[in-house]
Design a protein around this ligand. Structure first.
Ligand code: GLN
Length: 293
């Protein structure tokens, strides 16, 4: 190795320590975790294996790739965007330019909806789910993977997102029960659903630019911006949802931390019955469930 005049190849733990150091110096809050997830992901190792394989060497070409990825993280790109995928509810999901990166908080909506779906499956046999603004397909695919009796439609205004959702369905063996439809809210939707779910854009327009650069520069604006008061999407969904629901159907929505009462008002004004509100890991209101009256 040294005979060629090239630098000695670094070990896995040296590369990891280097990444952690650069992230810490740059003031990245989750420096240690980011370094571990990024370097492990690029080496094709689990975050545990990266520690047990710490003494192995990293080939020069790989070290160069890791260095480029570190630079991207230093320019605020989130680790999972760089890797091009992340796990949601145990499912590996690819990301693309027009998909929001699924957040752990959104798993709360999946947890909230599953008991309703299981109860409905008992009485109805087969159940049909609509996920409005599906993005990566995260919510719908998680529900399908947990509910073998269900089929689902993921709709999105973005063709890029729908391609990603479809490939995520295939990647997780759910393609036979998942249909992707290009639609602005209910525009191209037909049929009647037992559950309508959505994590719509809900950030007020003037607030979007105040979010972290990881969000504003890398999550698609269309998945974040909920209009002047952040409620545009909820109003659009509430206006038409009843026509697309089975009588026993439910609506489950992710909401912003301060939107509980406003979104309940929007749905009650359209004649829906509020069923429950669920908090996220940070004790913020995060998911709401409604039914027909
Ligand atoms: N939870 C996301 C954020 O805080 C917003 C997602 C959304 O608008 N649906 O950036």
């Amino acid at each position: 190795m040294s005979g060629s005049g090239k630098q000695a190849e670094p070990t896995v733990s040296q590369v990891l320590a280097g990444a952690r150091h650069r992230f810490t110096e740059a003031g990245i809050e989750s420096a240690a975790a980011d370094a571990r997830v990024l370097v492990a992901g690029l080496l094709g190792l689990s975050t545990t294996a990266i520690i047990t394989h710490g003494g192995e060497t990293v080939a020069h070409e790989q070290a160069v790739l890791i260095d480029k990825a570190i630079e991207r993280r230093l320019a605020h790109e989130p680790v999972h965007r760089i890797l091009g995928e992340r796990e949601f509810y145990g499912l590996p999901l690819s990301l693309s330019a027009e998909t929001l990166e699924p957040r752990p908080d959104t798993e709360i909506l999946v947890d909230t909806m599953l008991p309703y779906l299981r109860t409905l499956a008992k009485t109805e046999g087969h159940i049909h789910i609509l996920d409005l603004g599906t993005g990566t397909g995260a919510i719908c695919l998680a529900l399908l993977s947990e509910c073998p009796e269900a089929s689902g439609v993921g709709s999105d205004i973005s063709a890029d997102a729908l391609r990603t959702a479809k490939s995520n369905a295939e990647r997780n063996g759910l393609q036979d029960r998942f249909e992707a439809i290009q639609s602005s809210w209910f525009q191209n939707i037909h049929g009647s659903f037992h559950a309508i779910v959505s994590n719509p854009p809900y950030i007020a327009s003037k607030v979007v630019h105040t979010l972290a650069p990881e969000v504003t520069k890398f999550d698609p604006a269309a998945a974040l911006d909920g209009g002047t008061d952040g409620l545009d999407a909820y109003k659009a969904i509430a206006k038409d949802a009843a026509r697309f629901m089975q009588p026993s159907g439910v609506i489950g929505l992710e909401i912003g931390y301060d939107q509980r009462n406003d979104v309940i008002d929007v749905f009650e004004a359209e004649g829906f019955k509020f069923l429950e509100s669920v908090k996220d890991y940070g004790q913020n209101d995060r998911a709401l469930v409604f039914a027909l009256k």
